[in-house]
Design a protein around this ligand. Structure first.
Ligand SMILES: [Zn+2]
Length: 200
């Protein structure tokens, strides 16, 4: 059960809900569009839970060997995706959330964690931006559980934030990889909840 004080210090972090990571995109995750819509409903109904609502985006200009020259290995090299300013990098149209901040990452390198991203207006790293606002607890959601959501949650834990993964508002590249990521996050100290749990 959370106190009012906890509630006031919690932020919702929406990781990389971008067209290229949803159905029809260059690095599509099945279920991405549905997660976008579910996050929209959650944010709309729960504004009182969050002091800040932040979106991260993969925002590549020239990320070097993050983009495969030939066949991607889907471990370290990937098809071209989320090129800054393109439709593929835009937030999915089902993501109808008003964000207090947008943080961008990966301009010149691979960047999986939103904690590597900088806030578009201030240039602050996400962790510093959140700490400046007294945020101590994060609800992490988005795409993909197995990759950028996992990296974000692990980095946030390492930086001392309390982290809760809202499992039904995140989707993995495969169910197996998502399950492995969830296990790793629990081991690292993350809490798991569903969107419905948060209301209890
Ligand atoms: Zn990328």
């Amino acid at each position: 059960m959370s106190t009012t004080e906890d509630t006031e210090r919690r932020a919702l972090i929406v990781v990389d809900v971008q067209n290229d990571f949803c159905e029809g995109g260059s690095l599509a995750v099945e279920g991405g569009a549905a997660v976008a819509a579910a996050i929209t409903a959650h944010a709309a109904g729960n504004a009182h839970l969050y002091e800040q609502v932040v979106a991260s985006r993969d925002w590549h200009i020239d990320p070097g060997d993050h983009f495969a020259e030939g066949e991607p290995d889907y471990l370290d090299t990937w098809p071209v995706h989320c090129v800054a300013g393109t439709d593929g990098a835009a937030f999915h149209p089902a993501l109808g959330v008003t964000f207090d901040a947008v943080v961008s990452k990966g301009h010149w390198t691979a960047a999986y964690s939103a904690l590597e991203a900088t806030e578009d207006d201030t240039g602050l790293l996400l962790g510093d931006w959140l700490r400046a606002r007294g945020i101590t607890e994060l609800d992490v959601v988005g795409i993909a559980t197995s990759h950028c959501v996992k990296a974000t949650a692990l980095d946030a834990l390492e930086q001392g934030f309390g982290v809760r993964l809202l499992t039904d508002l995140a989707v993995g590249v495969t169910p197996e990889l998502a399950a492995a990521a969830v296990e790793a996050l629990v081991e690292a100290g993350a809490e798991l909840a569903t969107a419905a749990d948060v209301l209890r």
